[in-house]
Design a protein around this ligand. Sequence first.
Ligand SMILES: [Zn+2]
Length: 126
Amino acid sequence: MNSTGRLIYTSPDRRGYHASPSPKQESWRKRVNLLWRIKGMIIPMNAPMTKEEKEKLSQAQTLIGEVIKDFTKSSIALGFNAVNRCYYCGKPAVTIDSRGHYVCEKCKRLYGTEQEIKIISDNLMS
Ligand SMILES: [Zn+2]
């Protein structure tokens, strides 16, 4: 019951999460928040800035991109039970496709290379 006396439904998982996250869960939550923040950092490179600012910010962008790219690997290095996720559906990935995205088996079939997709669409039309 909340302060107004109405019962608000929360799933057992959510309740547990808010009530007492373990230190490891709390630590993982902070790490996910870090990823979310740096992923959302978009630098408007067309804004007026000096050549020096532009150079520094584009370096920063490149470095942030590298951190994002290696995030799962780094999470594992930190002792988290992280897995590479499928680019399309978020399930654990099994391989890397021709575009360099981590993909699960199903999405690899669904969203294969352009060549593969062309073959599929050609088959659909014939
Ligand atoms: Zn998938």
